[in-house]
Design a protein around this ligand. Structure first.
Ligand code: ZN
Length: 185
């Protein structure tokens, strides 16, 4: 069990394409466990490997007690559209409305090394799309209009000073401070 530092906006690892996982190793399962610990410490519902400085194609999500470890997740079906206010553990305090597919089916390799499908709507669907974006170097702010993105970036200019070396170190205090308002992914 370990809570890892989270890399925040500006860190180059967040913009990198990840590398597909060819074998689910004990080391990667430990990484997935540490990612859950980190996500819980930050009161998040999803976390992707680049957010903890790793380049493996791995994300974890936990929505309403439903937990998934997803290696190489891909959207195999998407339909409808939904507007959702998103935040990101790597861009604390910045939120924005993003248009997403209303329903997705994602295929991934699980902890046991076997392929599985997960269907997501609403928060789970949004979370899956947000984390898969992370695995391709994309952030929710990239979905905002030019003006909204510029506004978000201006807010971030002030926020980012709180994160020396573009790292967010989580402590029990930082959890309390955040409360439990909107979802962070
Ligand atoms: Zn995120």
């Amino acid at each position: 069990m370990a809570v890892l530092p989270i890399h925040v906006l500006g860190a180059s690892v967040l913009r990198q394409e990840t590398t597909p996982v060819t074998k689910v190793t004990p080391e990667l399962l430990k990484l997935a466990d540490d990612m859950f610990d980190t996500m819980h410490a930050a009161s998040g519902v999803g976390l992707a490997a680049p957010q903890v400085g790793r380049t493996e194609r791995l994300a974890v999500v936990e929505v309403e007690g439903e937990r998934h470890v997803l290696f190489n997740p891909e959207i195999v079906l998407e339909e409808g559209s939904i507007k959702w206010e998103e935040g990101c553990l790597s861009i604390p305090e910045i939120y924005g409305d993003v248009m997403r597919a209303a329903r997705v089916i994602v295929r991934a390799t699980g902890r046991d090394g076997k392929l599985f499908d997960v269907e997501g709507r609403d928060l789970l669907g949004v979370c899956l799309q947000h984390e898969i974006d992370h695995l391709h170097g994309k952030l929710f702010i990239d979905h905002l209009s030019f003006l909204k993105k510029r506004k978000a970036m201006a807010l971030w200019e002030d926020e980012k000073d709180k994160y020396p070396d573009l790292l967010r170190i989580l402590t029990p205090d930082s959890v309390n401070e955040q409360g439990d308002e909107s979802e962070r992914l």
